[in-house]
Design a protein around this ligand. Structure first.
Ligand code: SF4
Ligand code: SF4
Ligand code: FES
Length: 305
């Protein structure tokens, strides 16, 4: 039975459809996307009870999880929350534990990504009760009087349930050449030596697990995911720019200085607020923008010599 959700403010903001990257039919693609989105906007305020037979007494002893479910490939399906009740005494404390319990015990068709269960692989990123987090290292709110909402990362195309299409994110990551680039030939099998101070510059950058929690929390990225690279990718661009072993610093800065790859940052800091690894992409972006400005000034100065 369907019920209307009163907490409309919690309605997630994402596209209830998929990106059909390999389709040549642009009109059909647009129509599919728009129609599935409209369908989502009409229907998302509904809750389906997974087990309508549960009594109020039974429910009061368990935690309610309202999980976004939708399969865009099924034309009879529609975006909705499905309500599941879980006895928190039976599971470990993280949101991923609840999701795996539900998948194992209630409904194996629930789709989500996960791998390491240790906050290392970055694959279980999703919205847990209003914040983009890694579900494996984010503790469940244990207040049984309040439901926990679990939805996909915001403003992403939904592939199914909690799985979103990461293609654009990874394509953007690839554009920054996220690897060491050298001009001088390598001497045999010698390592590229770094001073302790130079190595320290990479702290707070190399730990990024590319979960996209920051980019998908960024309002500028919501509006221009096609041309603005977003905090996660820009922080990694900065990571290679400040790496003392890399010899393509100016080329990297030149590429980033083009159009609005960087400049759409409004410096509000949602990215750093949400990062589940405690990193500070906003700070990196500020440093990066300063380096780009300095590079532009150097370029003008050398052109006028
Ligand atoms: S500080 Fe910049 S990158 Fe971070 S969320 Fe705000 S606009 Fe996005
Ligand atoms: S900076 Fe943090 S939130 Fe952003 S991708 Fe890296 S680990 Fe995830
Ligand atoms: S499962 Fe790997 S980060 Fe959560």
């Amino acid at each position: 039975m369907l019920q209307r959700l009163s907490a409309v403010i919690r309605r997630p903001m994402f596209w209830h459809g998929t990106h059909h990257h390999d389709s040549n039919d642009a009109t059909k693609r647009l129509f599919d996307t728009v129609s599935s989105t409209v369908k989502g906007i009409q229907q998302i305020n509904y809750v389906v009870e997974h087990d309508p037979k549960l009594t109020a007494e039974e429910k009061s002893k368990m935690k309610q999880f309202l999980i976004y479910r939708y399969d865009p490939a099924d034309e009879n399906d529609f975006p909705k929350y499905v309500s599941y009740y879980v006895d928190l005494k039976k599971i470990p404390p993280m949101y991923l534990d609840a999701l795996l319990y539900i998948k194992d015990n209630y409904d194996s068709s629930l789709s989500l990504r996960r791998s390491c269960r240790e906050g290392i692989c970055g694959s279980c990123s999703m919205n847990c009760n209003g914040l983009h987090k890694l579900a494996c290292i984010h503790a469940i709110d244990t207040d049984l009087t309040q439901p926990a909402y679990i939805t996909p990362l915001g403003h992403m195309f939904v592939v199914k349930d909690l799985v979103v299409d990461m293609t654009n994110f990874y394509t953007q990551y690839k554009t920054i050449d996220p690897y060491l680039k050298r001009k001088t030939p390598k001497e045999g099998n010698k390592e590229y030596i770094q001073s302790v101070e130079d190595r320290k510059l990479l702290d707070g950058l190399y730990e990024c697990v590319l979960c996209a929690c920051c980019s998908t929390s960024c309002p500028s990225y919501w509006w221009h995911p096609d041309r603005y690279l977003g905090p996660a990718v820009l922080m990694q661009a900065y990571r290679w720019i400040v790496d003392s072993r890399d010899e393509y610093t100016d080329e990297r800065l030149e590429k980033l200085a083009e159009d609005v790859k960087v400049e759409d940052c409004q410096n509000i800091g949602m990215c750093s607020f949400t990062c589940p690894k405690g990193l500070d992409p906003q700070r990196s972006m500020n440093h990066l923008m300063k380096l780009i400005e300095e590079y532009k000034e150097r370029k003008i100065a050398s052109a006028t010599l």
